[in-house]
Write a protein that binds this ligand. Structure first.
Ligand code: IMP
Ligand code: MG
Length: 181
């Protein structure tokens, strides 16, 4: 890959794991699958901020059926119970009893955030609820949680780019890279 971007000269960016092309091919397939599965159904796509915003933008453009979209934000703090303490810091305005909901996440790590968020959304009575994640780090899981669709499974590495950050930097890189945190 030709690195023309100055951010890529950063020595802490160890290795490109997935190029923009590789990401887009899997996202294209995911969008096609979602379009087939939810045809004729009221669909609400909910991105989990902030990391999912790039994935969400590309995914929704590969979905060929009508859908609504919104974002929510949740923060997870290590706690004494299995899910830690997860707080919804930005909620969605929708009455989700009217929708099939797809939660879009950048990466599932310990699983704490999404386990708690899905439990909260389930109580609100969506017609159905599924989770689509770009990346999954199953080795890091501390709670029992799995996504309904995961585009890439990675080992226990810290990754950046394509929405994912290290201390709020690198989100705008067009690829996913391993980072020497
Ligand atoms: P968890 O599954 O509750 O542990 O938290 C997942 C969240 O932690 C993700 O949505 C990311 O915001 C962040 N995160 C986990 N692993 C990484 C990584 O490798 N790079 C960047 N952010 C990460
Ligand atoms: Mg996140």
């Amino acid at each position: 890959m030709i690195m023309t971007d100055k951010r890529s000269a950063d020595e802490k960016i160890k290795k490109v794991l997935f190029s923009a092309e590789e990401l887009h091919e899997q996202i294209r397939l995911a969008g096609k699958k979602i379009s087939e599965e939810y045809e004729g159904k009221p669909l609400l796509i909910v991105g989990v901020l902030t990391g999912s915003f790039v994935f969400m933008a590309d995914l929704v453009r590969e979905i060929s059926i009508p859908c609504e979209m919104t974002f929510m934000e949740a923060k997870s703090y290590e706690g004494t119970n299995s899910t830690g303490n997860v707080k919804i810091t930005k909620d969605i305005p929708h009455d989700i009893t009217k929708y099939h909901v797809i939660l879009v996440e950048d990466i599932i790590d310990t699983g704490r955030t999404l386990k708690a968020v899905t439990e909260i959304l389930k109580k609100r009575g969506a017609l159905s609820l599924k989770v689509v994640t770009l990346l999954d780090k199953p080795e890091r899981r501390v709670v029992d949680f799995s996504a309904d669709m995961s585009l890439f499974t990675i080992p226990d590495l810290f990754v950046i780019g394509y929405g994912l950050d290290f201390n709020e930097h690198y989100r705008s890189l067009p690829y996913i890279a391993e980072y020497d945190a």
